[in-house]
Design a protein. Structure first.
Length: 206
């Protein structure tokens, strides 16, 4: 009797799409946090924690599926890497929101909104790209644009740091704001890492 193999589990594509949609929610909450005042910040932070929990559940779902599926759509280590990469983005955005709340920062540099816009665009592109893992088509435009956005984020990052150390802010404010700025930068870098993982998968599977 010949061996009969299970068909590839297509649910992975849906789970990756779900994971990326959490990032769209997270970037939206981050934008809300920048605009929020007073007690509204606590509400945004609470919703961000819930969104981060949902993202964790999706990540755990992907890992469980890898561990119980005989044939995966692509290499298991790539599935783990992509799931972990998407989760890292959410963690960095959650950290930025949490820091704004914990540090009780009332006035944020206007330039931070440019970084959040970069994050929002990266989230939209990532969410749109995940369903294309099924066919491995139309993905190059995604990673090229995310890499371009990461370069924009780097330039914004340098400009924001220059502003922080210009003497306009008190020392304690500089320390608080720098942590928030670095969390945003790390989130953008994490998006680029996801795009690089997708590129590696596409090259392997193409």
């Amino acid at each position: 009797m010949g061996l009969r193999f299970k068909p590839v589990d297509a649910a992975f594509y849906d789970l990756f799409t779900e994971a990326a949609q959490h990032l769209v929610v997270g970037s939206g909450l981050l934008a809300e946090m920048l605009a929020a005042e007073g007690s509204a910040k606590e509400d945004v932070a609470k919703r961000m924690r819930a969104a981060e929990h949902d993202a964790d559940e999706t990540t755990h779902g992907i890992v469980r599926r890898v561990n119980t599926t005989f044939i995966t759509p692509f290499d298991r280590e790539d599935i783990y890497a992509l799931a972990s990469g998407l989760d890292d983005v959410m963690d960095e955005m959650d950290e930025a929101v949490d820091l704004i709340l914990l540090y009780e920062v009332e006035t944020l540099p206007a330039a931070l909104s440019q970084q959040v816009e970069v994050l929002a665009r990266c989230a939209e592109l990532t969410a749109a790209a995940m369903p294309n893992l099924r066919s491995m088509k139309s993905l190059d435009e995604y990673w090229i644009e995310v890499n371009r956005l990461e370069n924009t984020g780097d330039r914004n990052h340098r400009q924001i740091l220059a502003q922080l150390f210009s003497g306009e802010y008190k020392t304690m404010e500089v320390l608080k704001l720098k942590d928030i700025v670095e969390a945003l930068e790390s989130a953008i870098d994490a998006f680029e890492k996801v795009a690089n993982i997708v590129e590696q998968i596409a090259v392997k599977e193409g």
